[in-house]
Design a protein around this ligand. Structure first.
Ligand code: CIZ
Length: 301
């Protein structure tokens, strides 16, 4: 059954001039059939640079929106429209505007894990890898950082700027269990512990490095270590095992995002058959959100 679905996906992909992009938190069977696997920004940039007309984005809504922001002329399909992100949903435009009214001298730096209409209200976007660089280069002494409070705290410890941090968190990373992580460190004392900055500060204290998913890939590729404990969504363990079959990886506990697991092979096939559900944004929102993403690219090169 699965094989015939995969065959049909491949056939339709070529018939409809499509590529399949999968976030590294997607389940193994989706990563396996994707043309590219990566983090949200990397995938959106691939979407913009490829010359196909249809992108099947296997991730969550804000990621497919970012692809649409960068590629308005392509059809961006999100095979399961309920694939949302509680972190992105924890901030809305009216509440952000009230915070901006409280701190009128502060520019807003927004983590890409946010919806397009909120991005449209910001000075610049950032990823976990470039958040410090974007904050440091904003032409203001203080910054509003949203929506992830752990990433905001991580940046505020490295920056001299006053940072007003939005009190949001990723439900998957923020509840990672420190006892689980300590148990894994005891079991694999020679391993490097890599954790995502969306986890809590007490977990960073135990880590060899605090990195986004792209940073984890680069770190492993440059490291002499052979074993790694991975403190981010468990889909990343599969990604790292695929990229580095000669190393060993273990998840730092049950760090599981249910929203990242709602897309199935059948839903990918249905989306290719119907060319739906596609992402649509108000053109004015898209343009303003584009300006925030473009500013990040200007800053970080
Ligand atoms: O933006 C992304 O891709 C996410 C969710 C995490 C990361 O660190 O890359």
């Amino acid at each position: 059954m699965e094989e015939s679905v995969i065959r049909e996906i491949y056939r339709l992909k070529s018939e409809k001039d499509a590529v399949i992009l999968a976030h590294c938190y997607q389940p193994p069977e989706i990563q396996d059939i994707a043309d590219h696997v990566g983090d949200s920004l990397q995938l959106s940039r691939i979407a913009a640079s490829t010359d196909v007309s249809v992108i099947v984005f296997c991730g969550v809504r804000f990621m497919a929106e970012t692809a649409h922001i960068l590629s308005p002329d392509k059809t961006i399909l999100l095979p399961e429209p309920i694939a949302g992100c509680p972190l992105a949903d924890c901030i809305d435009v009216p509440t952000l505007r009230s915070m901006q009214a409280m701190f009128p001298d502060s520019l807003t730096v927004l983590y890409v894990n946010s919806s397009a209409d909120v991005k449209a209200e910001s000075y610049a976007c950032c990823t976990s890898a470039n958040a410090l660089e974007v904050v440091e280069s904003a032409p203001s002494d203080s910054v509003i950082f949203a929506p992830d409070r752990n990433l905001g705290t991580f940046i505020s410890r490295k920056s001299d700027k006053k940072i007003h941090i939005w009190n949001g968190a990723c439900r998957t990373h923020a509840v990672a269990d420190i006892q689980d992580i300590k148990r894994h460190i005891e079991e694999w004392p020679d391993a490097e512990l890599l954790v995502h900055p969306e986890t809590s500060p007490e977990i960073w204290e135990l880590a060899d490095a605090v990195l986004g998913t792209g940073g984890m890939v680069r770190h492993v590729s440059n490291s002499q270590a052979t074993r790694f404990i991975i403190g981010t969504e468990e889909g990343m363990v599969y990604r790292l095992k695929t990229l580095f079959p000669d190393r060993e990886f273990i998840a730092a506990g049950r760090i599981y995002c249910p929203n990242m697991k709602v897309i199935t092979l059948q839903k990918i096939l249905d989306s290719l058959i119907n060319l739906e559900p596609a992402v649509h944004l108000d053109p004015e929102v898209r343009e303003k959100a584009y300006a925030a993403v473009a500013r990040m690219t200007e800053i970080t090169g």
